[in-house]
Design a binder for this molecule. Structure first.
Ligand SMILES: Nc1ncnc2c1ncn2[C@@H]1O[C@H](COP(=O)(O)OP(=O)(O)O)[C@@H](O)[C@H]1O
Ligand SMILES: [Mg+2]
Length: 143
């Protein structure tokens, strides 16, 4: 029953991280759902929800893909879909609170680069900008 309704509403898987799988929503392709794999995934969803709630009305909101909803235990989080970014979209400087600058954690929304995985971002939003150290997970596995 539960998996029936999941399959009805949840579409293609577009990403997988350490903590969460990410799917498009069938009837709202402008949204994704992040499905937690474990307790750490549920914590990541709840933390992202909290950071969005804090940042939403700040000047930092433009750097984050908006969170639209989160289930109470963190199992599911709904976020705006961001399109794949190309290397030319990544700026030299970013706000310091975006602590994990992995290329895969960013995408393009309304023509702007936004972070889609900010569960590890610093809650101290007042920090300014700093030189960005972008990194590629696939390349660092080869090394
Ligand atoms: N809002 C989104 N729009 C498009 N792709 C996304 C979005 N959120 C996540 N993804 C893709 O799914 C991958 C895994 O999601 P992520 O939030 O990074 O999970 P984890 O916390 O497990 O690393 C990301 O690296 C990215 O490629
Ligand atoms: Mg990630």
């Amino acid at each position: 029953m539960q998996s029936d309704i999941f399959n009805l509403l949840v579409g293609r898987k577009i990403g997988r991280g350490i903590h969460r799988s990410v799917h498009r929503l069938r009837f709202s392709p402008e949204l994704v759902v992040k499905v937690a794999h474990s307790e750490s995934g549920r914590r990541a969803n709840l933390k992202e929800y909290l950071i969005w709630d804090i940042a939403e009305c700040s000047r930092h909101a433009r750097w984050l893909a908006p969170v639209r909803a989160c289930s109470t235990d963190g199992s599911f989080l709904v976020m705006d879909y961001a399109h794949p970014a190309s290397r030319k979209d990544f700026p030299r400087r970013v706000p310091a609170f975006l602590s994990d600058l992995q290329y895969d954690n960013f995408g393009i929304l309304d023509g702007r680069l936004v972070c889609v995985d900010y569960a590890n971002a610093e809650l101290e939003l007042a920090r300014g900008e700093e030189e960005a150290r972008w990194w590629d997970a696939a390349e660092s596995m080869v090394e």
